[in-house]
Design a protein around this ligand. Structure first.
Ligand code: FNR
Length: 361
């Protein structure tokens, strides 16, 4: 692609051109038939606008607060694993871009830079995502290291008791690269006779016995607020609030775990209604346009998370690419707000969108 990308989707093509196939497939791929992967994007296409007119939109503000932190836009970087496969500077470059754009970065438990390296490289507001390992002592240590390094929240990802079946990774015999956070604590030298080394690593480390009582355990070892990521039903949203979480991320893990799980945006309202405003609700999966961000906010999300767009920006142009991707989404959101008659984030309401379900009635 000779010209500069004009939208986030074009960054995907740039990333495809620069990355080795194994890594591109790892970032882009989903589980099994990849139904959910596609549905994440298509579900946004089924929501249209009810724009309002003749409202003064000469000044637009995207700024908002997330868990009390002032940010420039209702967009956070989702935790995504292993950024050094995309760019040699890895998560440090991503964090610098988050700082430059004044958005929150959620660092993945499976990062290739350590929590301390990322913390000392920039002043971005950072949350830390965790998986719970069979070796609970390691997870507890990681939570404490994040707390000491100034991360502001723990994001507990709950949709990976086992790794989803990602067939491209199996075919490519996807590697399990060294994760510096766990150096000296755990071997990342996974042995695989099945294909994906990543799957073998996940099998040997992840604690599939994780259950609701463990949220209590997590609360007992940290003072940080806990967000739970991977909720897709009103039943679990209610349980999460009862378990004392500070926020819910509606997510199907970017279509990489349970195939035929619904798109987050399709079940967002169900969760928002169940939660009754007690904690903020966030959503991810398939956000590629400013219009998508607007739709999520109209359906009750406080902010969205973006996963692959960040990785594609990083692969294509390092920190500058991540900044550009973020600015593109912010610019598009600003335009959407202007064209819908919403000068501030608070002006975006349920009445500004119509879903395909409503249209059928
Ligand atoms: C992820 N995701 C993820 N989630 C998490 O909690 N911990 C992790 O380490 C990862 N790693 C990861 C790697 C890659 C390459 C992808 C694409 C995704 C899921 C991620 O946080 C988020 O839920 C989705 O990426 C959102 O969907 P989009 O924006 O990628 O469509």
């Amino acid at each position: 692609m000779a010209e500069d990308p004009v939208n986030v989707n074009e960054y995907q093509e740039l990333a495809r051109q620069v990355l080795p196939k194994m890594y591109y497939d790892f970032y882009a791929g989903g589980a099994e038939d990849q139904y959910t992967l596609k549905e994440n994007v298509e579900a946004f296409h089924k929501i249209t606008f009810r724009p309002r007119i003749l409202i003064d939109v000469s000044k637009i503000s995207l700024s908002t607060t997330i868990l009390g932190y002032n940010v420039s836009a209702p967009i956070m970087f989702a935790p995504t694993a292993m950024h050094k496969l995309a760019h040699p500077e890895g998560e440090v470059a991503t964090a610098r871009a988050a700082a430059a754009c004044n958005v929150i970065m959620i660092l993945s438990y499976s990062s290739m830079c350590t929590v301390e390296e990322v913390a000392s490289s920039c002043h971005a507001i950072r949350f830390f995502q965790i998986y719970v390992y069979k070796r609970r002592d390691i997870t507890a240590q990681m939570v404490q290291r994040a707390e000491r390094s100034g991360y502001k929240a723990i994001v507990l990802t709950v949709d990976v008791p086992k790794l989803g079946r990602r067939e491209a990774d199996i075919k490519n015999k996807m590697i399990a690269p060294p994760l510096k956070n766990f150096e000296g604590l755990l071997s990342t030298q996974a042995v695989s006779d099945k294909g994906s080394y990543l799957e073998a690593y996940a099998d040997s480390t992840l604690d599939a016995s994780l259950s609701w009582k463990d949220v209590r355990w997590l609360r007992s070892i940290t003072k940080l607020p806990i967000l739970i990521k991977g909720v897709l039903t009103h039943e679990d949203a209610i349980k999460a609030v009862e378990a004392g979480v500070a926020g819910i991320v509606v997510s199907n893990h970017g279509g990489r775990q349970l195939d035929y799980a619904p798109a987050g945006i399709s079940v967002l309202e169900e969760v928002v209604h169940a939660v009754k405003g007690k904690v903020p609700v966030f959503v991810d999966g398939g956000v590629r346009r400013g219009t998508d961000v607007f739709k999520a906010l109209a359906l009750g999300a406080q902010a969205v998370l973006i996963g692959r767009p960040v990785v594609y920006g990083l692969a294509a142009k390092g920190e500058a690419g991540v900044r550009r991707v973020t600015e593109m989404l912010k610019d598009e959101l600003e335009l959407t707000m202007a064209l819908s008659g919403c000068p501030t984030i608070k002006d975006i309401t349920r009445g500004h969108v119509i879903t395909d379900r409503e249209r059928l009635h």
